[in-house]
Design a protein around this ligand. Structure first.
Ligand code: HEC
Length: 145
């Protein structure tokens, strides 16, 4: 009995400390792997392949790019005139509540209310989107088409 009690107490301490540490780590960077799952909700309208637009523009290289700047996509005026540059910060605000951040934009999406989901999908976009680093996007060479 006594030993069981001690074990339970030890387990509590271990899981408590581990949990907080793990959460902090995820918080710092975001997980591109988890973000790939979140991105399933964007796939109806977006790809991360360069130049491949659907209902929404390709998100290839979106990090560090001006809003409304993907070639060959017909953006709303609101998006084109927003004067936003996509960074982890602006993306997080936009994805939390697209309509509030850029009123009049035509992305029909309720928003990702959970901060960790936003962080993860942003990490995914950084990784898959072809940008070298936030704010320092290398120009993607245009194909001959
Ligand atoms: C129902 C379709 C739809 C869904 C779902 C959707 N989007 Fe969009 N998204 C759009 C459209 C349409 C636009 C262009 C808006 C405009 O021009 O006003 C857009 C624009 C964007 C932009 C700005 C791109 C640029 O080139 O400036 C980002 C970033 C973005 N979406 C990310 C996401 C992410 C991440 C998700 C999933 C969490 C998502 N979207 C879900 C349709 C969608």
């Amino acid at each position: 009995m006594k030993i069981q009690g001690l074990l339970a107490a030890a387990l509590l301490v271990v899981s408590g400390a581990g949990g907080a540490g793990a959460q902090e780590q995820a918080g710092a960077a975001g997980s591109a792997e988890e973000g790939a799952k979140v991105f399933n909700r964007c796939k109806a309208c977006h790809t991360v392949e360069a130049g491949k637009h659907r209902v929404g523009p390709s998100l290839h290289g979106v990090m560090g790019r001006k809003a409304g700047a993907a070639q060959g996509f017909n953006y709303s005026d609101a998006m084109k005139k927003s004067d936003v540059t996509w960074s982890p910060e602006t993306l997080s605000k936009y994805l939390e509540d697209p309509k509030a951040f850029i009123p009049g934009n035509k992305m029909i999406f309720a928003g990702l209310k959970k901060e960790d989901e936003r962080r993860d999908v942003i990490a995914y976009l950084e990784k898959e989107g072809g940008a070298a680093a936030a704010g320092q996007k290398a120009e993607v060479p245009k194909s001959s088409k």
